[in-house]
Design a binder for this molecule. Structure first.
Ligand code: NAD
Length: 409
C-alpha cells in the first residue's frame, strides 16, 4: 500500500464521519498541480544520468503550499501525491497558514558525489522555479536532504527571482535558517509524548522507548527523550540496530555514529536487524525512518503501549486497525511530527520580516503550538469517541473545508 493509499483511507474515513459530501470530498482529495520532470546531469566521470523528479502541490486553501524534498530510490509520483496530502492535513492540524505539497527525486544520493548532488539539486530547481516561491510553494528538507541542499535551492531560485530566502526552509543557520529547526520535529514529538504519557498516567522518567531511524528525526528523538529521563532500549538505522533492555548509553551511541556513520556495531547492546526494533519491549515506539514499515502482521507483535509516528505514514491503515483493536495508542504523523513544519513556518516568518529569533523563542512557540494541537485533537477524540488519528483528520478537514468554502469554489 502506498502513502497515497494510506492518506486516502484515513481521509475518507474522517470525511464520511463528518459527512462532508461527495463534492467537497473529491475537491479536497484532488491535488491542485502535479509536476513531473526528468532531471539530467553530467556525472563527474562525464556520463549523463537522468532521474525522475516530482513536485505535487496538493492544496492551497489555507495559504502557500509547504512540504519537503525527498531524495530516495523509492520516490514515485504516487508516493509524493500521498505525502503532499498529508502535508495539507498536517499544517491544518497545527493551524499554520499553509497548504500542503511534497517533492523529490528518485535517486540514491549515496551514489553521487557532493558536486553531482549540487548539480542535481540546481537542475531540479531550474525545472520547478516557476511553480514554487515564498507565496506559492515552499520546499523544505525530508529524507536524505539537508541544510546544504536547501541552501542550493535558495541560491538557484534567487538567480531567477532575486534574493529569496523565504522560498525554502531548513536552510543552514548561517544562511537564513532558523535556530532550533534541526531538532524541531523531535522536540514536537517530545511535547506530545509528555502529554500522552500524562493522559495514561506514565511518568516520563524511566519511560522505555525504541526508535527506528537515526537521521534528523530519530537521532534528536534519542537525545531529547533521553535528556528528559527516558530510557532508550532499542535503536536502528538502515544498516542494523541494537537493543539493550537496561538502557543504551546515548552519548556513547552518538560518539559511535560520529566515528562510523551508523548505529550498527555499537557495543553497548545486542545487535539486531533494523526492523526488530519495531517489536522491542518498550512503552513508546517512535518509528522515524520510512513509510509503511508497520503492516497488519507486524502490528500484532508490537509490544509498545504507545506509537508516536515520527516518520510519515509508518503504519498502514490495516496496522492502524490492529492497534485500535489491541488498545495501542497511536499518535498520528499529522500531529506527532508536525514540529518540523512548525519551525519551518517560523523560519519563513523570520525571512519575510528580516528578523532572527533566539532558540528559546523558537522552542517556546513550538511547544505552545504543539500543545494546543494535541489538546484540540484530544478534545475531539474524547467528545466523539474517535481514535487520535481520525480526530486529527476531523480537525484538519474541518479547517481546510471551511477555508475552501469561504474562498469560493
Ligand atoms: P533522514 O534521511 O535524516 O534519516 C532517515 C533515517 O532512517 C536514517 O538514519 C536511515 O538510515 C534510516 N532508515 C532508512 N531505512 C531504514 C530501515 N529500513 N530501517 C531502519 N532505519 C532506516 O530522514 P529524516 O528527515 O529523519 O526523516 C525520517 C522520517 O521522518 C521520514 O518519514 C520523513 O518524511 C519524516 N519527517 C521528517 C521531518 C524532518 O523535519 N526531517 C519532519 C516530519 C516528518
Amino acid at each position: 500500500m502506498t502513502s497515497a493509499d494510506s492518506a486516502h483511507t484515513y481521509f475518507t474515513k474522517a470525511a464520511r464521519i463528518m459527512d462532508v459530501g461527495e463534492r467537497i470530498e473529491t475537491l479536497l482529495m484532488t491535488p491542485t498541480r502535479e509536476l513531473r520532470v526528468q532531471v539530467s546531469i553530467e556525472l563527474d566521470n562525464g556520463e549523463i544520468r537522468t532521474f525522475p523528479g516530482y513536485r505535487c502541490q496538493h492544496d492551497n486553501a489555507r495559504g502557500p503550499m509547504k512540504g519537503g524534498l525527498r531524495y530516495h530510490p523509492d520516490v514515485s509520483s504516487e508516493e509524493i501525491h500521498g505525502l503532499a496530502s498529508l502535508m495539507t492535513w498536517k499544517t491544518a492540524v497545527v493551524n499554520l497558514p499553509f497548504g500542503g505539497a511534497k517533492g523529490g527525486i528518485a535517486v540514491d544520493p549515496g551514489t553521487l558525489s557532493l558536486k553531482e548532488l549540487e548539480r542535481l539539486t540546481r537542475k531540479f530547481v531550474d525545472q520547478m522555479h516557476e511553480v514554487i516561491g515564498p507565496t506559492r510553494d515552499i520546499p523544505g528538507p525530508d529524507v536524505n536532504t539537508n541544510p546544504q541542499v536547501m541552501a542550493w535551492v535558495m541560491d538557484q531560485y534567487s538567480k531567477y527571482h532575486g534574493h529569496s530566502p523565504a522560498v525554502v526552509t531548513g536552510k543552514p543557520v548561517e544562511l537564513y535558517g532558523s535556530r532550533g529547526r534541526d531538532s524541531a520535529t523531535a522536540r514536537g514529538l517530545l511535547v506530545v509524548c509528555r502529554q500522552i504519557l500524562q493522559d495514561v498516567g506514565l511518568p516520563m522518567k524511566g519511560m522505555r522507548f525504541a526508535v527506528q531511524g537515526f537521521g534528523n528525526v530519530g537521532s534528536h528523538v534519542a537525545r531529547l527523550f533521553h535528556d528528559a529521563g527516558g530510557v532508550l532500549v532499542a535503536v536502528s538505522d538502515v544498516n542494523g540496530g541494537i537493543t539493550n533492555p537496561r538502557g543504551i548509553d546515548v552519548p556513547g551511541l552518538f560518539e559511535h555514529v560520529r566515528r562510523n556513520g551508523t548505529v550498527k556495531g555499537f557495543g553497548g547492546g545486542e545487535a539486531c536487524d533494523s526492523n526488530a526494533v519495531l517489536v522491542a519491549d518498550c512503552d513508546v515506539l517512535v518509528p522515524s525512518a520510512m513509510g509503511g514499515v508497520i503492516d497488519k502482521h507486524l502490528a500484532k507483535d508490537v509490544r509498545a503501549r504507545i506509537v508516536l509516528e515520527g516518520a510519515n505514514a509508518p503504519c498502514t491503515p490495516e496496522a492502524d486497525a490492529v492497534f485500535e483493536e489491541r488498545g495501542v495508542l497511536v499518535v498520528p504523523d499529522i500531529l506527532a511530527n508536525a514540529g518540523g513544519v512548525t519551525v519551518s513556518y517560523f523560519e519563513w516568518v523570520q525571512n519575510l520580516q528580516h528578523v532572527t529569533w533566539d532558540e528559546e523563542r523558537v522552542n517556546t512557540e513550538l511547544e505552545r503550538i504543539m500543545s494546543e494541537a494535541y489538546e484540540k485533537v484530544g478534545q475531539i477524540s474524547r467528545s466523539r469517541k474517535l481514535p487520535l488519528r481520525t480526530s486529527a483528520y476531523v480537525l484538519a478537514i474541518g479547517r481546510v473545508g471551511k477555508a475552501t468554502v469561504l474562498r469560493g469554489i
